[in-house]
Design a protein around this ligand. Structure first.
Ligand code: ZN
Length: 467
């Protein structure tokens, strides 16, 4: 789902990035690619000739060099005899720089000193890098050969949008300069995200460096260490600056919906229950969340299907064995990381959404490690995971034995004034839930509820920890 979402996001981002990255120059002061004007007087005759440079986007690149050897090859035979302003020609005031090397012939060459700061750039998703022809190339027209892969705004700021290759062209006085761009599949988790007021979204960076997070408008959404809290309606750009690279995500905040139902299915997938559940969900056009256990070829097939049909594939664990997973804090963390990796290998997306086997309020873990749940709820959060308990139980793992019991448990538990997280199971042969599901969805829809899958910004629903 994330991939599809990303594609969708890319198109939107390509349109609006001009707005968002226009402000980048203000916040990305520590970014090592210098902006226009920062070294406008950088007449460095020792600068490496452009042809031998394959700059990495993180390298210090002189924006504007005066390498005299550049000049002859840069003069096309049809060079227009444009009038060059005095400030554009250092040779006009030779006395101003007594230590400078003898200047080349004082031809009025409009391309003199004009050079692209990057011939090629590797960008992460959502990463911002500035292209420049130097401070003298005023009015450069920037364009991209593929706006779904990389965008560029009028100031030359690039933003990686989708893995792939494209070129950026800078047109200055009828000469075109080209920068080849490769966008990698790593970067910031979302490029564009819609949030409801009071939702909290956790953003993850693939970059291992610790980032400084900032919001362009802290009254609309504030951010602290990747956790974004939506405060009021509006749009903001959230940036993560690692000191070497800057990434951005565009956040739109609007009003919160009332009466959301999150259907969740634990302990699957299984060949006897999961396909039947998926088919009922599909028929009703409802997206749900699957807290999966383990991986094998059968599970792989259904996890792929869950993802392809727009459901959220989440983490219950590689194992559900209480004695093993609650034996120690490290054992539990390993159990969810293993399943995160299992899922990643199958659908190519990292899930950060988890549910403790037995819920965070379970007492069974006490047999294996006293106080472990109190420690784990903090540790899981610190590691970047969100955990979801439930506030509506179908009783299908005990207590409910028929479809009508499952149905009644669910609809009695629903409450219009909150987010309803419904606990159900797709373990083997769970026919009572399969038999109730269609009626539960019809009840919800006819009573004004909306069904949604849990996402990175869904408010976490927690039980009280008892161990
Ligand atoms: Zn379970």
């Amino acid at each position: 789902m994330f991939l599809k979402k990303r594609n969708k996001i890319c198109k939107a981002a390509a349109v609006i990035c001009g707005l968002c990255i226009g402000t980048a120059v203000l916040i990305s002061g520590s970014h090592s690619v210098k902006a226009d004007g920062e070294n406008a007087n950088g007449n460095d005759p020792t600068a490496t000739p452009e042809a031998s440079v394959e700059p990495s986007p993180t390298a210090e690149i002189p924006v504007n060099t005066d390498a005299p050897t550049m000049v002859p090859s840069e003069v096309p035979s049809t060079a227009p005899t444009a009038v060059v302003s005095p400030t554009a020609a250092p040779s006009a005031k030779p006395t101003a720089k007594p230590t400078a090397k003898p200047t080349p012939k004082p031809t009025e060459n409009p391309y003199k000193n004009i050079k692209l700061n990057h011939k090629s750039v590797k960008l992460g998703l959502g990463e911002l890098v500035k292209l420049s022809l130097g401070s003298k190339a005023k009015g450069t027209k920037w364009s991209t050969t593929n706006s779904t892969i990389v965008s560029v705004n009028s100031k030359g700021w690039l933003r990686g949008l989708k893995p792939g290759k494209a070129s950026i062209k800078g047109e200055y006085k009828s000469k075109t300069y080209t920068c080849k761009v490769t966008v990698k599949d790593k970067g910031i988790e979302f490029l564009n995200y819609e949030m409801k007021k009071s939702e909290v979204l956790r953003l993850h960076l693939d970059d291992k460096d610790k980032a400084k997070w900032t919001s362009s408008n802290t009254s609309v959404a504030k951010v602290s260490e990747g956790k974004i809290t939506a405060l009021k309606e509006g749009s903001v750009t959230v940036k993560a600056d690692t000191g070497k690279k800057v990434y951005s995500c565009n956040i739109t905040v609007d009003n919160k919906e009332k009466g959301v139902i999150y259907l969740t299915f634990d302990d699957g997938p299984t060949s006897s229950s999961t396909p039947k559940i998926l088919s009922i969900l599909k028929k009703n056009n409802v997206k749900a969340t699957f807290f999966t256990i383990g991986m094998d070829s059968v599970k792989e097939k259904y996890i792929k299907q869950e993802d392809e049909e727009g459901h959220t594939v989440a983490i219950h664990g590689a194992s559900h064995d209480y004695d093993k997973i609650y034996a120690s804090d490290a054992a539990y963390m390993k159990n969810i990381r293993t399943q995160q990796n299992n899922i990643y290998k199958v659908i190519g997306k990292k899930s950060w959404i988890t549910r403790f086997p037995g819920g965070s309020s379970n007492l069974v873990s006490r047999h294996y490690s006293r106080g472990i749940m109190s420690r784990l709820v903090k540790e899981v959060d610190k590691a970047g995971f969100a955990y979801f308990d439930w506030n509506v139980s179908s009783g299908d793992a005990g207590g409910a034995y028929t479809s009508s019991q499952v149905y009644n448990n669910v609809i009695r538990g629903l409450n219009k004034s909150r987010d309803n997280v419904v606990l159900m199971h797709d373990f083997a042969n769970n026919n009572k839930t399969i038999g109730a599901l269609d009626s539960i969805i019809k009840y919800g829809k006819s009573h004004g509820y909306v069904f949604k899958p849990i996402t990175s910004s869904t408010n976490e629903v927690h039980h009280g920890v008892q161990n």
